[in-house]
Design a protein around this ligand. Sequence first.
Ligand code: FES
Length: 159
Amino acid sequence: MDYNELDQALKHYEGDPLALIPALQKAQDICGYLPPEVITRIAAKLNISPANVQGVATFYAQFRLKPAGKHLVMLCQGTACHVNNSAAIEEAIISHLSAPGAPYREGDTTPDGLFTLKNVACLGCCSLSPAMMINGETYGSLTPDKAVAVLKEIASASN
Ligand code: FES
């Protein structure tokens, strides 16, 4: 990974421990996720211990410590989607992404690197609930079958 862009961006937060969240967000935007090397660089630049940076990065669901798959599936678990059974959608996606002996868990990336499922708060399209967003596209009024069909379509287009 080339850290030039990250190092340039982190200059903006130099010596400011209170800027940890924006620094983590910026680093994730640039690097896609927050590997140990990025955590160390942020810690050094902001004058915080790496353990503290790691603790904050681990605490907030918005931060990824592992690389996301090619397609980040953001499944809404906001109130409207929850009421309209987003849990069943999640169950169907997890079952679809699991392999025999290799159960998939939310937040993991599939072994082929194609998908990462992430539960998120309201996507802002509650009238379409339950909804998910993949690669900037919103898929609404989901059923378990429809959600799985979308993933299959994306996977076959990726091959
Ligand atoms: S609660 Fe899911 S889009 Fe608003």
